[in-house]
Design a protein around this ligand. Structure first.
Ligand code: TRP
Length: 452
């Protein structure tokens, strides 16, 4: 594959791993996974989710990093160059194009939820949760959603935070932010776990999450676990691909993918353990749904000694996690712009930032003034963007990448890039050609059924 001249790369394999873990660990782990565990009956869902990470998540993550590193380009030109190398139609570049747009669309609503988190840092720190009950917690949340200017303020701040990092480039921006934020995030997580072991009902939480109860494994739980495995590992839109394109040749893709998947899953499960300990110790409802961290946890923070501090730390943790994920949502588009136009990184960041800021305004209005605006499938703006990206664009993107790597690229090129022992390689190849595509088609079919 011809080189593309000078291009940034990660300083070493640790910074790549930190950045990829930073992308993976996000609202998906801390906001979504615990409430999905709660809604889907606890341990059964956890076991299926773990199986999905191993069977489909890790092989697909290896696939995306492999594609990126071989191409050494942004996802659009990268797919085109790889297709050219394989004598396949260059229309494969549309996989990259769709991924680039998926990232922009995801950020438009991700930024709104991250904005809620920023607001909740201030609420926790100012002691607003003291002694509140369920009804009050709900009222706070609903009043907040009904206030477009407040939502706009936090959304604007989060867009600035995200594009501010991306504008500084791979080393001074992405790498440095992850180097600071990820260790802090892990330290805060340890404090929270320690606290919830001491003050919460840790035993009951562990039992809820891990005591195997296969009677609760339903087809619905299996399929939503699989879909969430992709979202949680940031797969299907080229985020991991573009990170892989900055990776040096000698680093083992398989080992890195396994570490990242372990850390991502570990953090999700630890956060879940901490949250459910507090939920059970305070007699709250584990199946509270998407409001779990915004409407349920504040009640627990409001009751516990030192709750202001713990609550503030918790929301700071969520904000850091969301921040390092959001960076990866725009990097494919930024890489494409800087590699194809005369715009500098800074100018590209402004362009993407303004675009996403405007899109986000439509999303935040859909919680109040534009509540009755319906787009696809009769859904509101927020739900449309969420469903369109996570249930359609990402699975299709992942499917296309698996087919490309498994059926279109020359096997010896793939093997050369992955550098695996033969038996491991054959196992990976089997997964990427048959198991992962079939699994994705299954979720896709199921989820399109759900939208109706
Ligand atoms: N994985 C992140 C989370 O769990 C979200 C995310 C970041 C993502 N980049 C992505 C999801 C790319 C899909 C594709 O919150």
């Amino acid at each position: 594959m011809p080189s593309t001249g000078h291009r940034s790369s990660w300083s070493n394999r640790w910074t790549f791993m930190l950045a990829t873990a930073g992308s993976a660990i996000g609202l998906g782990n801390i906001w979504k996974l615990p409430y999905m565990i709660g809604v889907n009956g606890g341990s059964a869902f956890v076991l299926v989710f773990l199986a999905c990470i191993v069977v489909a998540g890790i092989p697909l993550m290896m696939c995306e990093i492999m594609l990126g590193r071989r191409a050494q380009r942004n996802p659009v030109d990268g797919m085109q160059a790889l297709a050219h190398e394989a004598h396949a139609p260059t229309a494969w570049k549309w996989v990259g194009v769709s991924g680039l747009f998926a990232g922009l669309l995801i950020l438009s609503f991700y930024s709104i939820i991250a904005g809620w988190v920023l607001d909740y840092i201030v609420r926790a720190a100012s002691g607003q949760f003291h002694g509140i009950d369920g009804a009050t917690a709900k009222k706070y949340f609903n009043d907040f959603l009904a206030a477009p200017l407040e939502l706009l303020f936090w959304h604007t701040l989060f867009i600035f935070m995200t594009l501010g990092v991306v504008a500084r480039g791979v080393n001074a921006g992405l790498e440095k932010a992850n180097k600071i934020l990820m260790p802090t995030l892990l330290a805060i997580l340890m404090v929270l776990i320690g606290y919830s072991m001491a003050a919460g009902d840790f035993a009951r939480s562990a039992h809820f999450m891990f005591a195997p109860d296969f009677s609760k494994v339903t087809p619905v739980a299996v399929l939503s676990a699989l879909g969430h495995a992709f979202f949680s590992l940031s797969l299907g839109m080229g985020a991991v691909m573009v990170y892989g394109s900055y990776l040096q040749r000698h680093v083992s893709i398989a080992r890195t993918s396994i570490y990242v998947a372990l850390v991502d899953t570990g953090v999700g499960l630890l956060v879940g353990l901490a949250i459910f300990s507090l939920v059970f110790a305070n007699g709250l409802e584990p199946a509270a749904g998407p409001g779990l961290i915004f409407q349920t946890l504040p009640i627990a923070f409001g009751r516990m000694p030192g709750g202001d501090m713990i609550g503030t730390l918790f929301f700071v943790l969520v904000a850091f996690a969301a921040w390092t994920s959001a960076i990866s949502l725009v990097e494919p588009a930024i890489a494409w712009l800087t590699e194809n136009t005369s715009l500098t990184r800074k100018q590209s960041a402004w362009l993407i930032g303004i675009t996403d800021w405007l899109l986000g305004i439509a999303v935040l209005l859909s919680f109040n003034k534009w509540q009755d605006v319906h787009l696809l499938f009769g859904l509101g703006i927020f739900d449309t963007l969420d469903k369109l990206t996570s249930t359609i664009m990402l699975p299709l993107g992942g499917l296309a990448m698996a087919i490309f790597a498994g059926w279109v690229m020359r096997a010896n090129h793939v093997q050369e890039e992955l550098g695996l022992a033969n038996a491991t390689y054959q196992l990976w190849r089997l997964t990427i050609r048959y198991i992962a595509p079939l699994a994705i088609v299954a979720i896709f079919a199921y989820l399109t059924g759900l939208i109706k």
